[in-house]
Design a protein around this ligand. Structure first.
Ligand SMILES: Nc1ncnc2c1ncn2[C@@H]1O[C@H](COP(=O)(O)OP(=O)(O)O)[C@@H](O)[C@H]1O
Ligand SMILES: [Mg+2]
Length: 314
């Protein structure tokens, strides 16, 4: 159970962790293979690197910092792990200007005001206790994750967008899994959630945050994995077409482009081809649909030149 302790200020509770490390709960996964297979069951195709880090994150009770280009499955990994473990997904979407009141909690001023107006006869002290109780607290994702009594996967998405102070706040929460609310006391997590922080690398994160986390870099997938992703995520696609799409995307990624196609764009392209009833891609069809895969005119022109070599197998 999560507990709201009285704000006694008298130091450590007797049952507090003494090793300095959060204690992991019962293991969620038996092995690295179990992670990979379980993720495949929920249509997320992971390689050994990804499944290994997820396995360790659980055993070591450490957050995972996932970096890599956009559209390579960082956010989807957290969602898939939640699905796989039957956990509730709590998402904190980061943006510039995100602060404590949106990440952690804030008091519901309007409701407090109404309460004060509604009850004029009460002594101030009683009223104060009343309006600073849980009923008047608006919990935001971080507190929600800590309070939760059911299993949680906490996704702190695009953490590179927040300012350094907010990053420090996140770090504090992630090292202690507790939140201290001056008027209310300390809320301690009854279980360590699985935490994923994603970053698109728009700025360097602090050393302290990196130290706290396991690091996972997700790059564009290898050919086999991308083919498997296409087959898993594009209903009705033939193996042959999935293979062709994966190969063409792979060769396009070797070009010097402004923006390489991501996995999500590969999937959009594959879906487009299925909708158009294409069974095997020829150069002409590829050129006509390149705008699904690439988003810059110069990239499209460059790829179109390369594609002259693509011929239908028959
Ligand atoms: N390993 C994977 N297995 C299955 N689908 C994937 C995988 N990687 C990416 N995808 C697909 O690509 C889409 C974009 O991934 P997303 O997690 O939103 O990217 P990111 O957060 O890295 O920008 C997902 O919705 C999913 O359909
Ligand atoms: Mg994302």
């Amino acid at each position: 159970m999560s507990s709201v302790a009285e704000p006694t200020g008298t130091g450590r509770a007797s049952d507090e962790i003494t090793t300095g490390f959060p204690v992991a709960g019962p293991p969620r996964f038996d092995s690295i293979d179990a992670v990979r297979n379980g993720l495949a069951d929920v249509q997320y195709l992971a390689d050994d690197g990804i499944s290994g880090v997820v396995f360790l994150a659980d055993r070591l009770a450490k957050p995972v910092l996932v970096e890599g280009p956009a559209g390579t499955g960082k956010t989807e990994l957290a969602k898939s792990v939640a699905r796989l473990t039957g956990s509730r997904l709590i998402r904190l979407q980061c943006y510039e200007g995100l602060d404590e009141s949106k990440a952690l909690y804030e008091w519901n001023y309007k409701k407090q005001l109404l309460r004060i107006q509604a009850d004029s006869g009460q002594a101030w002290q009683q009223l104060e206790e009343d309006i600073f109780s849980e009923e008047f607290l608006l919990t935001r994702p971080l507190l929600e994750a800590i309070k939760s009594t059911e299993p949680v996967v906490l996704l702190i998405d695009e953490v590179d967008r927040v300012e350094l102070e907010t990053e420090a706040l996140l770090l504090e929460i992630l090292s202690e899994y507790q939140v201290s609310i001056p008027e209310l006391g300390t809320v301690r997590a009854s279980q360590i959630p699985l935490v994923f922080l994603t970053s698109n690398n728009t700025r360097e994160l602090s050393e302290a945050l990196k130290r706290r986390c396991l690091y996972l870099h997700i790059d564009y997938p290898q050919l086999d994995r991308e083919r498997a992703i296409i087959e898993a995520r594009v209903p009705g696609i033939s193996q042959a077409l999935a293979d062709q799409v994966a190969r063409i995307v792979r060769s396009i990624r070797t070009l010097d482009l402004k923006k390489s196609p991501s996995v999500s764009e590969t999937l959009d392209w594959a879906r487009t081809l299925v909708v158009l009833g294409v069974e095997s891609i020829d150069a002409e069809q590829a050129k006509d649909t390149l705008h699904i895969l690439l988003k810059y005119r110069s990239d499209i022109d460059r790829a179109a030149k390369e594609l002259v070599g693509v011929e239908s197998p028959d």
